[in-house]
Design a protein around this ligand. Sequence first.
Ligand code: LLP
Length: 420
Amino acid sequence: MTTQKYFPYVNNKMFAEDVDLNDIAAQVGTPFYCYSNTAIGQNYQDYQQAFLAQETLICYAVKANGNQAVLSTLAKLGSGADVVSEGEIRRARAAGIPANKIVYSGVAKAESEIEYALAEGIFQFNVESEPELELINQVASRLNKTAAIALRINPDVCANTHAKISTGKSENKFGVPISKARLAYQQAAKLPNIKVQGVDVHIGSQLTQLAPFEEAYKRIAQLVTDLREDGHDISVIDIGGGLGITYHDESIPAKQAYADIAKAQLGHLHCKIVIEPGRSLLGNAGILVSSVVFVKTGEERQFLILDAGMNDLIRPSMYEAYHEILAVNKANSALKTYDVVGPVCETGDTFAKARQVSESKSGDLIAIMSCGAYGAVMASTYNTRMLAPEVMVKDNEFAVVRQRPNYQDVINADLVPDWV
Ligand code: LLP
């Protein structure tokens, strides 16, 4: 079982903090995402605490959940942002995250996006290739600015995670191969509108072991030493994100143990450390609440058909991801085995196969756990299903932080040319 202490059962009803999820469902309708503000804050503060002994900038990975209420919560706690698009820079800035706490990652930054980031005055570009370096230099020169950069290094380390979210192997599209790094830094140093300040590494997401981080940081430490010998002024090491969460029965290293690894491998270099956590801040701070539409008895199995689908939460179909599925009201303690599926017209629209869930009937509320990260942000309107609203809870209060769109607005977004 996951340790979801912010979604406890009280008298057999699941709460979000001190709010009964039945009350939210009655007001908002299902499906909806629900986030615990306190959990987000606690997760952030755990990182702060763990990295106290190192000069650290925590740059929340906005891609995990870019809701303005989430970003504002983190902004107020002092968080920076790791962004991968102009849209994410705009989101972070709108929520009050200062530009000088923003690092900008991503393999395909467009010219206009680079221009925007430079105009805002972000802390650092995490540059993923030599051509990108050239382009940033060109744009900076046109704007008469200097771009502070780190090169993202691909250390060729196996993260032991799902192949689709593994980024630090030489066959992945990310970063500059470590074997070419010294050459790339030499090239960077020659560019007049580039200021080399750091080294960046991110080897993947949902890591459940520390050894891959340790190996990557060891390689990065050696590189920083070499780069300094080559005459580069390296003062920042961005160690990426990636610490996993418990979805099922994974045991995840403590944030302190992760921080200790960074200190042991990199501390002697006296650099400012940047971390880019996403999932470990938001994942277990959010759930997706859905209703049972039908219970259907097939030839061999029972289907629990929900009003949430793969368009709302794509992780199970995309990464074979496991999410705990729990009855919001545990009045019925008998467990039954179901295939838990959504309404979308694809067999892949399956949240779990042969899963034991409290015996349920049409209209019952079901919570899909650990959905705060890479849930709402990856949702789509496939099958012309409206994006699920998002709700945030703090203590005994809740608020809708993104409304359910209405059909007319969605249809009106399409334009029909005269000649059709
Ligand atoms: N920094 C960079 C450069 C990244 O690419 C990522 C995630 C992070 C930080 C944050 O990693 P985290 O702390 O969240 O592990 N949609 C997938 C996950 C994709 C992760 C992409 N990069 C999923 O649902 O599992």
